[in-house]
Design a protein around this ligand. Structure first.
Ligand code: NI
Length: 385
């Protein structure tokens, strides 16, 4: 692959680093070992390190050999609460925790770029390496921002990538404007009245009420929003009861909303609250609704998207640096950073063929030097711009 030669020369090191992270995955805000290793490596290459931005987040700062722009590069470090089923020799050693989204690869790619830039020091401006904790719905980006990330380390531009087993190996894809959905998580708690399973007349049954709510909530998108608006409401959890012969006292429904327009999100939240209030009256019970916004809509800056593709083209050639026009209903908390610093977020295809967040997901290490070269070129090309 047409990666940077110097990075290709230490590709085996990158594979070893990635597999070590893979073997030792850590959940969001618990990336103590991972962030410790990251900080140690950065320091060993002479990069100035700040720990503890956003709890377990780490920042590395490297000055180039001439003045220029400050380019922020971001990678996420957290794993998922999934039990790995790959049988790989370097499979997770932590039961129930797995790098099933490949954040181990993002961290490693950024480390590769940091090492290269520290060795060459042949670039204008400054590189800010942002190693973010807790991307998987836990608010790692917001925690770093709240800790003063961009006040302490102001950046002119910001770039990131996510690995993708859905795209061809070495293919970079970026979409201008709104690219990935914003997301809410919600919990609905129904407090009814428990009873003997044989005496339903004495109950206010949260299972029956909840089943009705599931159906009703599913109609919010189809009957309140124009079909041209991409919005998803999914109820992903329904918990109630613990015995065959007991009607439970409470039940909870949980799920997620995905949207590209904040007005759509507001309408969905409003309808959800109204439906629950109506059900509470109709069934003479209490229903509490908690809706929390967890991800902004990810907005790629038009110009910065072109700049990203220019750097990608430099690494993989024009055919593999692609401007996309498809929206992703998935969410990504780099969106919060891109609200503050204009930049772009891309996908990088690799040879894996199992979906992200699947217990059998396997990342293809061939993509490590490609991602590292991309990050490095981003700094070399944009620092001097
Ligand atoms: Ni991810």
């Amino acid at each position: 692959m047409p990666t940077l030669e110097r990075i290709e020369a230490f590709a085996d090191d990158l594979t070893a680093i990635r597999r070590d992270f893979h073997e030792h995955p850590e959940l969001g805000f618990q990336e103590v070992r991972t962030s410790g290793k990251v900080a140690e490596m950065l320091e060993s290459w002479g990069i100035e390190v700040t720990r503890g931005i956003g709890k377990t987040g780490v920042i590395g700062v490297l000055e180039g050999n001439r003045p220029g722009k400050t380019i922020g590069l971001r990678a996420d470090m957290d794993a998922l609460p999934i039990h790995e089923q790959t049988n790989l020799p370097y499979a997770s050693k932590t039961p129930g925790v797995m790098h099933a989204c490949g954040h181990d690869s993002h961290t490693t790619m950024l480390l590769g770029a940091a090492r290269y830039l520290a060795e060459t020091r042949d670039f204008a401006g400054k590189a800010v390496f942002i190693f973010q904790p807790a991307e998987e719905g836990l608010g790692g980006a917001r925690a770093m921002i709240a800790d003063g990330l961009f006040d302490k380390f102001p950046c002119d531009e910001l770039y990131g990538i996510h690995n993708s087993p859905f795209h061809d190996p070495g293919v970079f894809g970026v979409k201008k404007g709104a690219a990935m959905a914003g997301a809410d998580f919600f919990d609905i708690t129904i407090t009814g009245k428990g009873s003997h399973g044989a005496r339903p007349e004495g109950s206010k049954d949260p299972v029956v009420i909840g089943a009705g709510l599931v159906k009703e909530i599913q109609s919010i998108v189809s009957r309140n929003l124009p079909p041209t608006h991409p919005v998803v409401v999914s109820i992903t959890q329904f918990h109630a009861g613990s015995a065959y012969n007991v009607i439970p006292e409470t039940g909870t429904l949980s799920g997620t909303v995905r949207y590209f327009d904040i007005e759509d999100e507001k309408l969905v939240a409003e309808r959800m609250r109204a439906i629950c209030a109506g059900f509470a009256i109709a069934h003479d019970c209490q229903i509490d609704v908690d809706i929390r916004n967890v991800f902004d809509v990810l907005m790629n800056d038009d110009q910065r998207s072109d700049d990203l593709l220019a750097a990608a083209t430099d690494v993989v050639g024009p055919e593999k640096a692609q401007l996309k026009d498809d929206l992703a209903m998935g969410s990504e908390d780099m969106a919060d950073m891109l609200r503050i610093v204009p930049g772009a977020y891309a996908t990088l295809g690799h040879g894996g063929n199992v979906a992200l967040h699947n217990p059998a997901f396997v990342f293809d290490d061939e993509a490590l030097p490609v991602g590292a070269s991309f990050f490095a070129r981003m700094v070399e090309m944009r620092g001097a711009a």
